[in-house]
Write a protein that binds this ligand. Structure first.
Ligand code: FES
Length: 119
């Protein structure tokens, strides 16, 4: 089986928003303590209001980039964002999800960390 045999994408954009919560004062922090649950709910409602088709906005468990969060990753692109406001969610929806472009200033890069563990 080769990648050419893969079925077509089920979602054109599949968005995962970490909604993990850890105890107050945990050294890594957690996205839910940085408003990710409310922002993910807002994003889901806004995507629906915009009439975006073929996409899905999911809550996820910890994506292991807690210190940088709230963390979001969009597949199949594999682009990570840190988002902290409804305005930033709007920008990600309009620019990335709708137009297929990027919101460069909100993107997390591999060098932003944390360092990946060896497999
Ligand atoms: S708690 Fe959100 S990435 Fe870990």
């Amino acid at each position: 089986m080769t990648p050419a045999d893969d079925p077509p994408l089920y979602y054109s954009s599949h968005v995962f928003c970490c909604t993990n919560v850890r105890p107050e004062g945990h050294p890594r922090g957690s996205c839910a303590r940085k408003n990710s649950v409310e922002l993910r709910d807002y994003m889901k409602d806004k995507a629906k209001a915009l009439g975006l088709k073929g996409i899905r906005i999911n809550a996820s468990g910890c994506l292991d980039r807690c210190e940088l969060g709230p963390s979001m990753v969009i597949y199949p692109d594999g682009v990570w964002y840190r988002y902290t406001s409804q305005a930033e969610v709007d920008e990600i929806l309009e620019t990335h999800v709708k137009k297929g472009e990027r919101v460069a200033r909100l993107m997390m890069k591999p060098e932003d960390g944390p360092t990946k563990k060896a497999d």
